[in-house]
Design a protein around this ligand. Structure first.
Ligand code: ADP
Ligand code: MG
Length: 882
């Protein structure tokens, strides 16, 4: 709305001037927001009226001449922001603008007044528009587009805006992209790519935003690249207009600058460095502000009025008219708050939808010339500007969460952490390796030390022990001789011997205790050390452990021997007592009785060389009575039990006693000992006794009937001492020779028990095992021949063949003979042949048939081989001849 003021005769008073105070008071302070910038985009908005400045071009050369005799049609009052448009010599209209820029206004000032506030808003995330409107030749392009190549002070708004934008952005996080377009006859052409001459406008249905996806977009990094872009655009504009036979004043030029800035929660000085510093733990995405600046250099406004040419010119005029008049209509509608704004009438108004009546901060500069000849144009330009001043925009910040940049930032952080983690992992592993090696070293050293100490201790114990034994033996010999010579026991002397022996034993016990304690201590320390350094030296720990266990075994052995010594002592004292009671039988108190029991190998055969012992046992037996001795087997006192079982074992070694023992229930008691006692000594002696009893066929059945096989098998599993195993194996071997017991023996685990005992490689044990197997094979063979049994050998069934084959050529002749015999027995039955061939027994048989030193066995083997068709066939195949 124009505010016309009566102004006569140069009196520059304006009594009727309506100073537009109404809209002035409505002006919001620039850049004041209603809510915090951290709030979501679009949530805050401020009213922002379109600001309008008027700029007067200085008189050009032509005007200086042509208008020399006429006064200018305008008079400016910049301090009052007023413009007077002369109607005639005595009358003028006064208009008020936001800024009035005289012909002397510098380009810098024009930029600061018109464009700078808009550029600042764009940097804060608002859209902004700077538009020049005016008659051709009044300085629109001068104001907006001058590059200032020759005179830098002549730089126009476009160049200065970009300078300001670049100065305020950080290249790491922000970006600027530019499109440059021309609108001519309702066609949008790309000034950065002339081939792109019909770009369409796309409208976002949801937000209403318009965009030109077909337009070239240039990323701007520096001012130089922007200037190049402007030059290129200008050149293309000139070429395009030449081709279209028009001039630039007839087209609208639009420069679109998209500014994207990354800010963290409204922190405007947010830089990459601050981001890096706050990386860890900060998962708040930065805000992305997207301000768009549009600089519009409109076609000359005179075309609206000066249409009417023919042909192309007419069309052109219409089109230019169309866009410019549509813009005028929209601005009128907005100024009058009309309910309908015809934005869609032209492409220009669609492109500038946000600039007028939208969310953009908009500055309009209207350019006028001073010539009175163009008074009408000037007047219409001023009126356009006045109407535009009434357009209110609602500024809205274009802000959104920048998840892309957050994800990029987090990715960077993750990569950094991964690298760091890898580094630390390596350091950690190295440290672990170092500690492990060190621990290993320590363990090895400690182990060495302990092994040495243990070794030393062991040697010492052994020496002491040997010493004691020697002394005991000497004592005993002396004692024995005394008995022999004197023929009768002197009470006091016997007592002395016993006392001395007791003393020796006590010494021995003390020594043993000390050794035990030492071992215990060492064990404790070792355990602690092993625990502490478990990580490192496992393997070493094991070997140490083995040494320790060996040591414990040694200790147990020592203990056992001490126990034996103790029982010897008892025996001796008992004998002493007896001798004292029966001085005429002094010789019978043979203390070897007990010692002999420790080597019960002899028990398996009759002993003729121990007359003294036999006599002693017989005496004991006669004096105490068998029943009484057997009852002692169940005595509470372990020593008595040991003693009793030894006596029974010795008695059982004599065939004459065997029946009596069994009749008196001795066998049952002995089996009971196997069942009940953990003590291996008792079990060993009991097993020896049972082995002796098992020589008798009648007893064999009794042993079986009382579950003897399972008891013996159980004992064989638990026992560690080769002598125990030998007793058990001997007992089972005896049972193996009984034809009637074959099936039961096998079903109760007899064969398996025998095979289990070969784990102990002691030749005595192996020899008993071999004897058992040979016995069993012989019985089987006999049964097969008699036709009482068929099928594969139970020995083969129970897996004895591999051991048999392995030991067929054992270097111990006793073992070898038994095994050879077993092989011959097995081979006599065709049903075993296949297994024997696949188990490698054929080769052994062939060897026996050739090399066995005993002729009977050699012959047996040969006969067996020749009588078996299966062996024959195989031998033919292998080209073996016997
Ligand atoms: P438009 O783009 O409006 O058609 P131009 O910017 O091309 O007008 O200006 C026409 C002529 O006037 C050019 O020669 C230009 O240099 C000159 N001119 C315009 N404005 C000024 C000014 N403020 N000071 C000096 N010369 C000017
Ligand atoms: Mg121009």
């Amino acid at each position: 709305m124009a505010t016309s003021v009566g102004n006569r005769n140069g009196v520059h008073k304006a009594p009727n001037l309506r100073t537009s105070s109404s809209f002035k008071s409505k002006l919001p302070p620039p850049n004041v927001r209603r809510s915090s910038p951290a709030s979501l985009a679009g949530a805050d908005s401020v009213s922002g009226r379109v600001r309008v400045a008027v700029r007067l071009r200085p008189q050009n050369a032509e005007e200086l001449v042509a208008d020399a005799d006429f006064a200018d049609c305008v008079e400016l009052q910049p301090e009052l922001k007023r413009l007077k448009l002369r109607k005639n010599n005595w009358d003028s209209d006064t208009y008020e603008f936001d800024e009035v820029l005289t012909e002397f206004a510098s380009q810098k000032r024009v930029y600061e007044v018109v464009a700078k506030p808009v550029v600042e808003s764009v940097l804060e995330g608002y859209n902004g528009t700077v538009m020049a409107y005016g008659q051709t030749g009044t300085g629109k392009t001068y104001t907006l587009g001058r590059l200032g190549d020759e005179d830098t002070s002549a730089r126009g708004i476009m160049v200065r805006s970009m300078e300001d934008i670049l100065a305020n952005l950080s290249p790491e996080t922000d970006s600027i992209s530019v499109s440059y377009l021309q609108l001519y006859m309702e066609t949008i052409q790309d000034l950065l790519n002339p081939a792109n001459d019909n770009i369409s406008i796309v409208e976002d249905q949801r937000t209403g935003d318009v965009s030109l996806p077909g337009a070239t977009v240039w990323e701007i990094r520096d001012q130089q690249s922007f200037l190049e872009l402007l030059r290129l655009g200008e050149a293309h504009r000139f070429a395009a207009n030449t081709k279209l036979n028009t001039e630039s004043s007839r087209s609208h030029a639009l420069l679109m600058v998209q500014v994207k800035r990354s800010v963290l929660g409204g922190d405007d000085d947010f830089s990459l460095e601050t981001q890096n510093r706050s990386m860890v733990g900060n998962l708040r995405p930065p805000m992305l502000r997207k301000g768009k600046l549009i600089v519009v250099d409109l076609a000359g406004s005179e075309r609206i009025h000066k249409s009417g040419s023919e042909g192309h010119m007419l069309e052109e005029a219409k089109s230019i008219n169309l866009s410019l008049s549509a813009l005028g209509k929209c601005i009128n509608a907005l100024a009058e708050n009309s309910s309908h704004v015809p934005v869609r009438d032209s492409k220009l108004t669609r492109l500038l939808k946000d600039s007028f009546g939208g969310t953009s901060r908009t500055s309009l500069i209207v350019t006028i010339g001073p010539s009175p000849r163009h008074r009408a144009e000037t007047s219409s330009t001023i009126l356009f500007g006045q109407r535009a001043m009434k357009v209110e925009n609602m500024l809205k910040i274009k802000e959104e969460f920048d998840y892309k940049s957050l994800s990029k930032r987090l990715e960077m952080e993750i990569d950094k952490l991964i690298a760091e983690n890898e580094r630390q992992q390596k350091v950690y592993e190295n440290e672990i390796e170092r500690i492990r090696l060190e621990a290993q070293k320590h363990v090895a050293e400690a182990e060495r030390n302990y092994v040495e100490a243990l070794e030393e201790e062991k040697t010492k114990c052994q020496m002491d022990y040997m010493e004691s034994i020697k002394k005991l033996e000497e004592k005993w010999t002396v004692n024995q001789q005394k008995h022999a010579i004197v023929g009768e026991i002197h009470m006091g002397a016997g007592g002395e011997d016993v006392a001395e022996l007791e003393k020796l034993l006590q010494n021995e016990t003390c020594l043993r205790k000390a050794a035990e304690e030492e071992i215990h201590n060492l064990k404790d320390q070792l355990l602690k050390l092993s625990k502490a350094e478990l990580l490192g030296g496992n393997a070493d720990g094991f070997s140490l452990h083995e040494v320790l266990e060996e040591e414990i075994r040694q200790k147990n052995k020592l203990e056992e021997e001490v126990r034996v010594l103790r029982s010897q002592l008892e025996q001796l004292s008992m004998e002493g007592n007896q001798t004292r009671s029966y001085p005429d039988r002094a010789n019978s108190g043979n203390p070897l009785l007990g010692l002999d029991c420790l080597t019960p190998l002899n028990n398996l055969r009759s002993r003729n060389d121990t007359n003294g012992e036999k006599t002693s046992i017989t005496n004991l037996h006669e004096q105490v009575g068998l029943q009484k001795i057997l009852s002692l087997l169940e005595s509470e006192d372990a020593n008595v039990r040991i003693h009793a079982v030894k006596v029974v074992a010795n008695l059982a070694a004599e065939e004459a006693n065997q029946e009596k023992i069994v009749e008196a229930g001795g066998l049952t008691s002995l089996l009971m000992l196997l069942r009940r006692y953990e003590d291996e000594t008792i079990r060993r002696i009991a097993a020896g006794a049972i082995a002796n009893l098992a020589m008798n066929e009648a007893n064999q059945e009794l042993i079986m009937a009382q579950g003897g096989i399972s008891l013996l098998a159980m004992t064989s599993t638990d026992a560690e001492d080769p002598q125990t195993l030998r007793m058990v194996a001997g007992a089972i071997a005896n049972l193996c020779g009984n034809d009637k017991l074959q099936m039961r023996l096998r079903s109760e685990g007899g064969i398996k028990a025998l095979l289990g005992m070969v784990r102990c490689r002691h030749p005595d044990v192996l020899s008993q095992v071999a004897r058992g197997i040979a016995n069993f094979a012989k019985c089987e063979s006999r049964a097969s021949t008699q036709g009482t049994r068929g099928g594969r050998s139970l020995l083969i069934e129970d897996g004895a063949l591999p051991w048999i084959v392995q030991n067929a050529n054992n270097e111990a002749s006793l073992i070898r003979r038994h095994v050879e015999l077993a092989l011959c027995h097995l081979a006599q039955h065709e049903v075993n042949a296949k297994d024997m061939i696949s188990g490698g027994a054929l080769w052994e048989l062939v060897r026996i048939s050739r090399d066995c030193s005993r002729e009977d066995i050699r012959t047996l083997a040969r006969r067996t081989l020749t009588s078996s068709s299966t062996f024959q066939a195989e031998m033919r195949r292998l080209r073996i001849e016997v």
